[in-house]
Design a protein around this ligand. Structure first.
Ligand code: PLP
Length: 399
């Protein structure tokens, strides 16, 4: 590299904000860019349904294009979508949200996370979250000028975050607790009593709770508890949800936030200047999903459950101890018996056996020693991946 181009590079870096410097590229994407150039890889990587969007949902969007629905919508989202969403939250959880002011349609839960953190965080404010956690949680808090405070969770405790641990991490700068159950990357689901204890801490210490419930429908034999249904929690909770996972609609980019008027108004201010409105075609598809997508979603969940059982049993049989995930579509086995770091394990497994998993440390320090295996892929691929992993683990197991 010439001196002038090196100097140029230094100069360009000096333009970047210190906030951006504090976050690393997503450990999920970074790893999967490698994959695009390889053949014969089985990917248990990106957390995305392998189903296409149910046809009646796509068709509704196609018809809307045919009818010329290609304009911006209201900043808050189409009134009909907000009404359907309000009805859905009432029917599912007995929660009343006014479609005119307490609901905001966003570009996926991704945008909702960005908006809520920017809406509530002042420089130096702390947000408590579990470790491991979904990759955007700490990044959004840092980009908003805040400080993520991570509470360790472990396989021994079913990767549940405890109220006592949360309380031990509260300082006078703490503004909110950010949780996401069913969880990515662990598949953990929180029981009602543990969530109620967290609600009690939030109430007593005057903290907001941001609850990312994007996997609400993907639970297996257990009930999903919506945090806002806990006593006094509706006003203190910013409930985030979306269509990507349950309806296999990742590419449509539609999510939502439900909260008090003040919080939704603040989030909407940012949204109207940075996004304007979520995609019109995606919103039409979301209306159809809420009106008549229940059966398709339930069928997909049944299928994920079959795959989950095969994946978890297979991993444990190989000797990769795996906690039983009760939600989402991830297994999070320990790879400690191989003596490798998560990144070494993932890189070698990809190189030697062409199976892609995500290193657990992409989700925080407590993810070290684990890898995330997404089972939203065909049973045949899961079985083949397990047999390749078996060969790999027998070769590398510590004596
Ligand atoms: N929250 C969690 C826990 C996720 O796993 C994901 C995507 O993987 C998102 C939010 C983002 O979802 P969306 O597609 O709605 O932006």
């Amino acid at each position: 590299m010439s001196i002038s181009s090196r100097n140029k590079q230094r100069t360009y870096r000096s333009f970047l904000s210190s906030r951006v410097g504090q976050i690393s590229p997503s450990g999920i994407r970074k790893f999967f860019d490698l994959l695009s150039s390889m053949e014969g890889v089985i990917s248990l990587g990106v957390g995305e349904p392998d189903f296409s969007t149910p046809w009646h949902i796509s068709e509704a969007a196609i018809h809307s294009l045919e009818r010329g629905y290609t304009m911006y919508t209201s900043n808050l989202g189409m009134p009909e979508l907000r009404q359907e969403l309000s009805r859905y939250l009432r029917n599912s959880y007995n929660l009343e949200y006014d479609p005119n002011g307490e609901l905001l349609i966003t570009v996926g839960v991704s945008e909702a996370l960005d908006l809520v953190t920017r809406a509530i965080i002042d420089r130096g404010d702390e947000v408590i979250m579990p470790d491991p956690h979904y990759v955007s949680y700490d990044a959004c808090v840092i980009l908003a000028g805040g400080q993520p405070v991570k509470v360790p969770t472990s396989q021994e405790d079913n990767f549940e975050i405890s109220a006592a641990e949360i309380e031990a991490h509260i300082t006078d700068k703490t503004k909110a607790i950010l949780i996401g159950y069913p969880a990515n990357p662990t598949g953990a689901v929180m029981p009602r009593d543990t969530l109620s204890q967290i609600a009690e801490v939030a109430r007593r210490r005057h903290l907001l709770v941001i609850s990312d419930e994007i996997y609400a429908k993907l639970v297996y034999g257990v009930e999903h508890i919506c945090f806002a249904t806990l006593p006094d929690m509706k006003e203190n909770t910013i409930l985030l949800g979306g269509f990507s996972k349950a309806y296999a609609m990742t590419g449509w980019r539609i999510g939502y936030a439900a909260a008090t008027r003040e919080i939704i108004a603040a989030m909407t201010k940012i949204h109207q200047y940075t996004i304007m409105s979520a995609s019109t075609m995606g919103q039409v598809a979301a209306i159809e999903a809420l009106k008549s997508g229940e059966n398709s979603a339930a069928e997909m969940v049944e299928d994920y459950n079959r795959r989950r059982l095969v994946m978890v049993k297979g991993l444990n049989d190989i000797g990769l101890s795996c906690f039983e995930p009760k939600g989402a579509f991830y297994a999070f086995p320990s790879i400690k018996t191989t003596g490798m770091t998560s990144e070494e394990f993932a890189e070698k497994l990809l190189g030697e056996e062409k199976v892609a998993v995500v290193p657990g440390n992409a989700f925080g320090k407590c993810g070290e020693g684990y890898v995330r295996c997404c089972y939203a892929t065909s049973l045949a691929d899961i079985e083949e991946a397990l047999s390749r992993m078996k060969r790999f683990v027998s070769k590398h197991r510590l004596a």
